[in-house]
Design a protein. Sequence first.
Length: 321
Amino acid sequence: MTTAYLAPEGYEAQLEEELRRAGCGFRRHGRLFIGEGPAVVAAWATNIWHDCVELPVESIGLAAKSLRDIQRNWAMYAPLHHRRAALIQQRLPHVSARPVLFPAAAPKAALGSWTLLAPDRLLAAARCSSPFANGEVTFVEDRSGPPNRAYLKLWEALVRLGRWPGPGERCLDLGASPGGWTWALARLGAEVVAIDKAPLDPRVAAMPGVTWLGDSAFALEPQTVGPVDWLFSDVVCYPERLLRLVERWRASGTVASFVCTIKFQGTTDHASAEAFAAIPGAQVLHLHHNKHELTFMLGSAGASASPQVMASAAVYGVRLG
């Protein structure tokens, strides 16, 4: 069994170290790390290619036919042999790369990945971890409403999670200023409690459903806020500190779902990333719109508030969902 891991551009060293820590041997092909054995947890892989196969490439036409015989949709990764790879891709069905208009579900159709290892040898995987070509997604941006572009990684996280807040749901946005994530959540019709010592952008603060509290995200106690459907955090802090914050809110039983940015300052704290990934039900991903950071998500598609959260809601008199 062969598995390949595609590193985000500029973060090859992070993926390489993560694979070494997992005991995974590999060979490099550009940003693609090719290893033997089943997939290991690899947060720094923007896309994981499962059950890869090597195919002979006798001609461009036969290469395209071999891929079409496996399935319809394919994304090309071509660090080498660009011209030959492009000619093969031209003979495959077109895969749309139009910007996504949020909110929207991720593509459901299977999307495989392939690359030319040599002019006469092709590596392909029909099943990949990302629904987007090479793990890259772009959105139809709003260039006038939000105070910054941080909302793009929140949009991407929610698309990958498969659900997002809506009317009647209560969100807590920690480290909210100037309000990019609060803006995105309020636009969905959710109630947002924004926490930051710095004030929100006045346009965001004036949005319906937005409440700003000038407190520290780390000093805030769960019982002072009451139950929430979602806890969001884009706070700049060391990963260990964020982990303690997440564990405290998880222990409170007042949060149904989490979406938090794990930011690395200087060296990459792989141990903390592994601790986030070890939380039952968690996803830890490097999104296309992440920089030197990962996104932690807890809560799967169709998830609802836990019994503990629902019980807390009854105590606080807050409606969830």
